[in-house]
Write a protein that binds this ligand. Structure first.
Ligand code: AMP
Ligand code: MG
Length: 191
């Protein structure tokens, strides 16, 4: 069994300016970066991946999104669309073996993958094996779920790289994943 620690970045707008004239389904947030690391059952780091994705509905990134994520317009302009990027991501996962669990800090990443798969009419079955490390971390520490940055601070781990970048976030989350490796409930019963 391998563990894919994944973190997504997506198109976004300043909360007050979320294209108010459009309904939510007409202005979806779309994945623009897939960052992940693969860790095996002996806690070895098997590999990492960083893919950019060109959004379909709103190909032009907002200034807010560029500022938040540091992902530039050029990076997404020259990137594949979601179906190709997802294929690359799934091929990368399968390089290490067929059995895997997706792990992310919260449910956001699973839901975002699901939304993009639906937008592009792709299968979502592969998302079923997922756990939220954020919610499980809360249970392990007997606290309410907290953000990745707060959890790193609590563990006295540094936040390396750039926050809100997929691969850097995934690597930072993986420090917590490895530290509590034996304590995660690796079934897929919700959290
Ligand atoms: P994160 O994994 O925390 O970097 O966030 C993933 C995605 O959530 C970002 O790429 C944004 O699309 C969205 N997001 C995160 N923080 C904010 C924020 N403060 N305002 C609007 N969207 C956000
Ligand atoms: Mg992130």
């Amino acid at each position: 069994m391998n563990y894919i620690i994944v973190d997504l970045e997506a198109t976004c707008w300043e909360r007050s300016a979320i294209l108010p004239q459009l309904k939510r389904e007409q202005s979806p947030n779309e994945i623009i970066e897939i960052g992940a690391v693969c860790i095996d059952q002996n806690k070895n780091l098997l590999g990492e991946i960083d893919l950019f994705v060109q959004p379909k509905v709103h190909p032009k990134l907002s200034a807010f999104c560029i500022d938040l994520t540091s992902i530039t317009q050029e990076l997404v302009d020259f990137a594949p669309m979601f179906p190709d990027a997802l294929q690359q991501f799934q091929n990368w996962i399968k390089n290490f073996g067929e059995e895997f669990i997706l792990c992310s800090w919260g449910f956001y990443d699973r839901v975002q993958f699901e939304n993009d798969c639906k937008l592009h009419k792709l299968n979502t079955d592969w998302l079923h094996h997922h756990i939220s490390l954020k919610h499980q971390y809360g249970k392990i520490k007997n606290i309410k779920p907290i953000g990745m940055k707060s959890a790193l601070q609590k563990e006295k781990f540094s936040l390396d790289g750039t926050h809100h970048r997929g691969l850097d976030d995934a690597k930072n989350i993986s420090k917590i994943f490895v530290k509590y490796f034996d304590e995660w409930d690796k079934g897929t019963r919700g959290a």
